[in-house]
Design a protein around this ligand. Sequence first.
Ligand SMILES: Cc1ncc(COP(=O)(O)O)c(C=O)c1O
Length: 354
Amino acid sequence: MREISIDLAAIRSNYLALKELCAPAKVMAVVKANAYGHGMVEVASALEQAGVDALGVADFAEATALRTAGIKTRIMCWLLGEDVDYQAAAELGIELGISTFEQLEQVRAGTRIHIKIDTGLGRNGFSPLDWEKLFDRLSGNPDLHGLFSHLSNTSEQGDLLQREQFEKALALAESKGVRFIERHLAATAGAISYPDFRYDMVRCGIGVYGLNPFEDRELPLQLVPAMRVTAQLINVKRVPAGQGVSYGYRYRTAASSYLGLVPFGYGEGMPRVSEHHKVLISGKLYPVVGRVAMDQFVVDLGEDQLPIGSEVVIFGSAQNGEPTAEALGASAGSINYEVVTRIGGRANRVYLDR
Ligand SMILES: Cc1ncc(COP(=O)(O)O)c(C=O)c1O
């Protein structure tokens, strides 16, 4: 009665479209957080078949899970905590994104490392105040592979400043005899927007899933959303005018109408506050009304007595006239990234590969 379908062929074709756009730069596909809710192992396997250049995850445990599942492709992880087994990283060929001197100390011989520098996002990575000391420390290190950073996507001006900082770090490193084989700065938004941000590799997450990283503009290339979320109407009933709906009666019917019950709640990742989202049933959009509950939400069907069992599209592809993950995110003051990453719960997962 609840289904999340993931189109692996769409994921592969999105990856290849990004690869074509960014060539000759390599494209790392980012599959962290269960591949943004799409299923990490399934997505990684599909991308491996397509010859993906590298896979990126946040946690070391995600990287080892991919190796355990038989993924042979390059894997890099960059959010290192106490959980990292540096010996295992060397043995499993897991590349590490290094952000502190303490992490650097622990790296074992043979591990490919990528130094992360903070060019302005203010999160992980070596601060510019430490670059001098960092590159002094790195000179003569044979296992050095990459230098990378991450953009804040605040504005074009902000992005350009970050790129300048990135260049500054590269020049400083070079002045100390430190060279990086693989330089990478851009994620999907940067990779699409600025050719000169692509360097040797880009790290694309959201675009691989066919979703738009920009909240204020259309994508300049055609990508296909890979996730489609549906449920079935499990109750349809006529109610009188003035009927309060769901907890807190945040909605009352203006006239006698049919209410449809959809078994998809915040337990499945439907935002509790998404009462203004519109879902598609039998080719027509209907509003979600009243608070979304843990297991279910209600739609006002007006005069339409739709059959029980009708498919309700919660989000899918705009090209097919379906509501989008962007729209669901907007209804909750959030973004498509959060929507797809949180989707799950008790819903049945189906993988399509056409
Ligand atoms: C370091 C890093 N690189 C790349 C990405 C992929 O970003 P996007 O999904 O916007 O392409 C992320 C995701 O947050 C990230 O943390």
